[in-house]
Design a protein around this ligand. Sequence first.
Ligand code: OOG
Ligand code: MG
Length: 257
Amino acid sequence: MIGVDIVGIADKLGAAADTATAIPQLAAETGLDVDTAYAVQAALLQRRLNAGERLVGLKMGLTSRAKMAQVGVDEVIWGRLTNAMRVPDGGAVDPAAYIHPRVEPEVAFLLDRLPEPGEPVGDFATAVRAVAPAIELIDSRYADFRFSLPDVIADNTSAAAFVIGPWSPVPAGLDNLGVLLEVDGRVAQVGSTAAILGDPRRALDEGIRLAGRHGVRLESGWVFLAGAATAAVPLRPGAHVRAVVEKLGTASLRASS
Ligand code: OOG
Ligand code: MG
């Protein structure tokens, strides 16, 4: 789109993340459309690469009705993950480093041999080496966690941090596993992997297709987050968070107080 200051917008979003300070929504004012928003997202990644971070994977967003309803946007989106966003399983994050952090239960894939761009994933167990329970910490850089579709895409789909639990070999079925999000030992959200596009394996097809439209090819060794199965919950100081996925186990995270 002519006349949109892609790098300028990326700098505003990057500074909002760096300083944990919310900014007003910007898509309506700057005339951002979806394609330009992905260009802003690429510029945000470049900012991180310039700071020495590495691209380690891709995340899907709004692959479940629960998430779409929570944020009022009903299109599947994708964003980029870097090594600096990864928190070890059981590790701690400082909630004060974020604006209004929320956590959500996810299923992660460790990518292996992917099809050529434009080709569907034939054999899932060839494309994916292992699967794991995961937690995503999302933090919209926009005030009140409110945004339009181009806003959230430009903001790297609210990506902030993620935890991957133990990897397991790909099980026979992934389409109807129970999912729990626990905070301080209490169940905060209940769901099923069926909420993720009917089957989280479909999220990989969507990721390959949607990222491919913007010239991004998924790579062997990347982490892939299929999207939350339930709505996200606010991360409070001192909270202990666990995501439990049936057959896959648990990922956990602590918030310092
Ligand atoms: C957008 C990111 C959505 C998911 O798993 O659906 C997402 C947001 O909710 O702020 O990561
Ligand atoms: Mg997510």
